[in-house]
Design a protein around this ligand. Structure first.
Ligand SMILES: [Mn+2]
Length: 317
């Protein structure tokens, strides 16, 4: 694995890094860690990081101001494009032309639904996060406090603070190594994960108030319509935390949160407790993710979509 990555890096003079649209903690942590690592270890290489403007609560990471969120293309195609935390080519629309023009592409990911779309890859479906995979690819002695903080943040976010089943012995060992580099764990966990804006908390409350139970209380569902979003003046990032809150309802096996992004077009987030593989359900709708946490985009009235999803959930219960 390490050699594959080193080989991909070695010949490249210009390297770009990107992650998926609506970047989350793991995606941003991975991109920043990679940027910091490459610029430190290979000062002669020219490194650019492209990302959609990340949520402000992640702005604790070093080199935050180096993110190019305008996706300005280079004068000459990149020698190497590193694509992090992306399961398929649809996940990075803003960078897709630059990626297609690059001389070589390399994916580092941990989604079991990865479609293997690049010239080279390190995909570890067993890993808790892309940041965990990166730790295993980096030379340990080059990891400083800044790189460690970025990696730690990604692991914290993708494991729901070390609680999901994806968080294994190795994850904790990696986290321990990162702590020894001086990571301020409490600050990262509180400030970037648990703290919500006033608006986020109001939306979590509203969405939870409107939630309904299905299949004898084993499925919880809530939605935010375009009208709701307008009423609150909410953006996508303001709906963060909804699905993780309703997931904590006693007796449920699956939590569903649908956010209407355009008329009758929904972003659906799914969580499962243990039995149901929500990634396989989301794949039926062109999405993907992990066994217990996945998402997809759906078209059509939500009542119809919900009916189909409930039928698929019931098959697995
Ligand atoms: Mn991830």
């Amino acid at each position: 694995m390490k050699q594959l990555f080193q080989k991909a890096i070695s010949g490249a003079k210009t390297i770009a890094i990107t992650g998926h649209k609506h970047p989350d903690g793991d995606c941003v942590g991975a991109c920043m860690a990679m940027y910091l690592y490459l610029t430190k270890k290979y000062p002669k290489k020219q490194v650019t990081v492209y990302l959609e403007t990340p949520p402000e609560n992640l702005a604790v990471l070093p080199a935050w101001d180096r993110i190019d969120d305008t996706f300005t293309p280079p004068a000459k195609p990149f020698d190497l494009f590193l694509i992090l935390d992306c399961s398929s080519e649809e996940r990075f629309p803003a960078a897709s032309e630059m990626v297609a023009a690059a001389k070589s592409t390399f994916v580092i990911d941990h989604h079991m639904t990865n479609t293997h779309f690049a010239n080279g890859e390190v995909v570890v479906p067993d890993a808790s996060s892309t940041c965990e995979v990166l730790y295993d690819l980096f030379s340990a002695n080059a990891i400083d406090e800044g790189i460690a903080t970025a990696l730690y943040l990604g692991i914290v976010h993708d494991t729901g603070v070390f609680k999901y089943g994806s968080c294994k012995e190795h994850t904790m060992q990696v986290a321990g190594k990162l702590l020894s580099k001086g990571v301020d764990a409490q600050r990262i966990i509180d400030d970037t994960f648990y703290r919500k804006t006033f608006l986020q908390n109001r939306i979590i409350g509203y969405a939870t108030l409107n939630a309904k139970l299905f299949l004898d209380g084993r499925v919880i569902f809530t939605q935010l319509s375009l009208e709701d979003m307008q009423k609150f003046g909410a953006k996508i990032k303001d709906t963060e935390g909804v699905v993780d809150q309703i997931r904590l309802t006693e007796g449920i096996e699956v939590a569903l949160f649908a956010r209407e992004d355009e008329p009758d077009t929904y972003k659906l987030s799914m969580r499962a407790i243990s039995k149901v593989n929500v990634a396989s359900i989301c794949q039926e709708f062109g999405g993907g993710g992990h066994r217990l946490a996945a998402g997809c985009n759906t078209k059509g009235p939500m009542e119809e979509v919900l009916k189909k999803i409930l039928a698929l959930v019931e098959e697995q219960l």
